[in-house]
Every structure is written in structure tokens, then in C-alpha cells.
Design a protein around this ligand. Sequence first.
Ligand SMILES: [Zn+2]
Length: 74
Amino acid sequence: MIYFNQITMLKNVIAPIQAWLISQGRCVADGQPLDKGKKEKRKDGTFKIVHSCGRIYIYDSKTKKYRRALLEEV
Ligand SMILES: [Zn+2]
């Protein structure tokens, strides 16, 4: 029970930090800028970015926003 609560607390702390990093165009894992990653244009006009750490993001040039790629987009 204590263990569960600690994980929940940790998630509550980490999730806003990750959301903030992405909103700044930075990787959630290493904090490095995502525009340095390898960009690949997708059919829907968004870009798939493979970061140097191996994490995959989607960049929407219309909204100028990054987000984590979903499993089916990888
Ligand atoms: Zn990274």
C-alpha cells in the first residue's frame, strides 16, 4: 500500500515535468531539444522525430507542438 502511494506520488511529480519539457520542445528523458533529432515527414503532414536517445515524438507544424508518438506510429 505504501509502495503504491509512493509510485502514485512519483507519477504526480513527473507527469507535469514531462508535459512542461514537451511544451518547451525538449525530450522528456534527457531534456535535450527535439529539433536536433532526425525528422521524417509523415502522410498527414506531421513529422516523426527520432531523438538521439531513441525516443520517438510527433511534431505538428500547424500547432507547432510536440507530443510522444503512439505505439502504432512508431
Ligand atoms: Zn531524448
